[in-house]
Design a protein around this ligand. Structure first.
Ligand SMILES: O=C(O)/C=C\C(=O)CC(=O)CC(=O)O
Length: 220
């Protein structure tokens, strides 16, 4: 087998400890057992390091994460997750069954396109005041849709009994819900899945509370 040099170098994750989209990528790397180098991009410090020309050259959307892997640079966490799914061994992150696979994509997109972008830093900075209520509104609305969907698709995990990309999206979004003071008790399926997943090492080790760039005062 011929291995290109690019495949032999560790991927580099440009991310931020508290970014839910960076956390998604960290979970996927952990589940697949992929070692990576972490280059922190502080979204707050100096007005936001993602806004520098240097970072813009890496990711023109000026958001995290960006991942350098196999000689290419990818932004957008779901594209990264699907790329490593297609190129790396280890547990499957998308089910083989087409219906379950579609359900995983539906749940992932619901979160990654329907909820998270409405409460990300850039949008909230544009809103000005009312940030908390704005974020709460869109997470609440999204979880009201997600709960009945998960009730249908979930068994041990979001879709059946295998951890998938849907679970990778769910846990960081629940973390954001808690940050925005959405009462997750309203959503028993979401709550139960989050509790189950937070016992899995890949989710624990990648948690925002214990990353290289986690500030000392909130590190656990
Ligand atoms: O420390 C901060 O407050 C800044 C940024 C974030 O949390 C990341 C986001 O923009 C939200 C998100 O990932 O969903």
């Amino acid at each position: 087998m011929r291995l290109s040099l690019a495949c032999l170098t560790k991927p580099i994750l440009h991310g931020y400890f508290r970014s839910s989209c960076s956390w998604r990528v960290r979970i996927a790397f952990a589940l697949k057992g992929i070692e990576f180098d972490h280059l922190p991009v502080n979204l707050i410090k100096d007005g936001g390091q993602q806004l520098t020309d240097q970072y813009k050259a890496l990711n023109p959307m000026q958001q995290v994460p960006a991942v350098q892997i196999d000689g290419i640079t990818l932004s957008q966490s779901l594209a990264v997750i699907q790329y490593i799914e297609e190129t790396r061994p280890g547990p499957r992150l998308l089910p083989a069954d087409p219906k379950k696979r579609a359900q995983v994509r539906m749940i992932s997109d619901l979160i990654a396109s329907g909820i998270q972008p409405m409460q990300n830093l850039y949008v909230l900075q544009k809103i000005g005041a009312e940030k908390l209520q704005w974020g709460q509104h869109f997470i609440q609305r999204g979880f009201e849709a997600l709960e009945p969907i998960l009730k249908e698709t979930a068994s041990k995990y979001c879709v059946g009994d295998e951890i998938s990309m849907a679970d990778i999206c769910l846990v960081p979004q629940v973390y954001n819900a808690e940050r925005f003071k959405v009462d997750v008790d309203q959503f028993p399926t979401i709550k139960r899945l989050n509790q189950t997943l937070m016992k899995v090492d890949a989710f624990k080790l990648s948690h925002p509370s214990c990353q290289p760039d986690t500030p000392a005062d909130i590190r656990t």
